[in-house]
Ligand binder design. Sequence first.
Ligand SMILES: OB(O)c1ccc2cc[nH]c2c1
Length: 244
Amino acid sequence: MRLDIISIFPEYFAPLDVSLIGKARERGTLDVRVHQLRDWTHDVHKTVDDTPYGGGPGMVMKPEVWGEAIDAVIGDGAPRLVVPTPSGRPFTQELAQELAGEPWLLFACGRYEGIDSRVMAEYGDRLRVDEVSIGDYVLAGGEVAVLVMVEAVGRLLPGVLGNAQSAVDDSFAPGSMRNLVEGPVYTKPPVWRGHEVPAVLLSGHHGKVARWRRDEALRRTVRNRPDLAAELDPETLDKHDRKL
Ligand SMILES: OB(O)c1ccc2cc[nH]c2c1
C-alpha cells in the first residue's frame, strides 16, 4: 500500500517510523510519503490560509494551495482521498478494514477551521473522497487523526501483525466480534498482589475458555457500550443477560 500525507506539520508523522508501521515500511509493505503543503505556496510567507467567506472566527485553508499539492502528489493516479474532519463519517473498524484493501490512500490534513470545501468537491468526480471523524471531540488539526487511522489500517495489512489472529479477535472486528468489545486479558504471574487470574483461563479447557471470553466480552460491552449492545441480536444478548 502506498500512503501519501499532506500537512503543514510533517514532523507530526515521525511516529510512523517506529513499531509495527515502521517495520512495515522497512519491509516495503507500506510506502509512506509525507509532503509539506507549504511547498506549493508562491509567496514569501508561504501562506496556506485566509479569512472565511461569510465572516466568523478563525481561518480557512486556501483551495489553490491544496489543489496544486494534490495534483502534484497524484499525477494521473487515483488514490482514495481521506480528509479528517469532526464533521465527517465515523471512523470505525469496518472502515479501517475497507481502507486496508485500498492500494493507495492520500490523507489531507486540515488545520484552522478546515480546508475550503471546494477542494473535496473538485476531486469528488475523479477520486473516492471520504471526510472522516475519529470521534465526537475536536482536535487542532487532522494530523493526529491521520496517525490514528494509519495505525488502525496499517496493522490490518498482511504480515504487519505478528499473529494475524489478533486482528480477527479485535474489538469491533467483523464476524464474531461485530458490535462487541474485547474482554479482560491476563498473563503471568497467576496471582499478583492477591489478585488471581480467573481459574478457567488456567484450566486448559479451550471450549470453556472461549465461552468465558465471549461472556466477558458481552459483559463489558453491555456495561461500557450500551450503544453497541443494542445492536446485538436479542438471542445473543438474552442468553448472556441471564448471566450478567
Ligand atoms: O478533530 B478532528 O478529527 C479534526 C480534523 C481536522 C481538523 C482541521 C482543523 N481542525 C480539525 C479537527
